[in-house]
Design a protein around this ligand. Sequence first.
Ligand SMILES: [Zn+2]
Length: 253
Amino acid sequence: MVEQINKANIERHARHIMLKEIGGHGQKLIANSTIAIIGVGGLGCPCALYLAAAGVGKLILIDDDVVDLSNLQRQILFKTSDIGRPKVIAAQEALNAIDGDIEIIAVKERINGQNANELLANADIIIDGSDNFKTRFLINKTAYDLKKVLVSGALGRFDGQVAAFDFSDPQSPCYQCFVPDTPPIEEDCNILGVVGAICGIIGALMALETIKIITKNRETSLLGRILLYDGLKAQSRTLNIPKDRNCNTCGHH
Ligand SMILES: [Zn+2]
């Protein structure tokens, strides 16, 4: 528990502390937060970089993959010399090089129905940077069962989306209210391609929403809403997600 921000950290986080929406109190909330990131890929990399730079207390990184040459076009935590290394270990080193005080738990596992509850139980906020619907539905269900905050992101070729849910509120919709079933053709950047910079935009938006929720800027957050960004047209729109009473996850069964 961080009670006081020390002198070095006041200087490090000065541009946060001078914001009335964050301030010294908000920076202490950030320093006391535990964030789990599932998927250290296109979304997880930029998101983790901004959260580490922001001074979060503890980051739990969950990914069973190793760095591949074809990742480097967008997964900006990794260097050419990291090829073949576990992503969570390379990420842990890179993030601790920004701020050695951040506790980073590297979990080289694939999240599944057996380990999800245990891996996510201690997180204040769960960030879904996974790349398939099966995992997204599992994370959504786990976050719902644990009554956590979920920040969810997804990418297309030139576009992306971000949504947030607070499952401590029984009235909150969930990800599956918006996407009830796996679409017939699952979009996969391994097949469709993805422009690297869109990962940075969407991953940074996920970090920003996380910081807003931690620092109690909830009224203007994406909680219960989804932001859709079309990078090719340079257009965005935000939709309210209505709660689906028949939702498989959060509806009346
Ligand atoms: Zn739902």
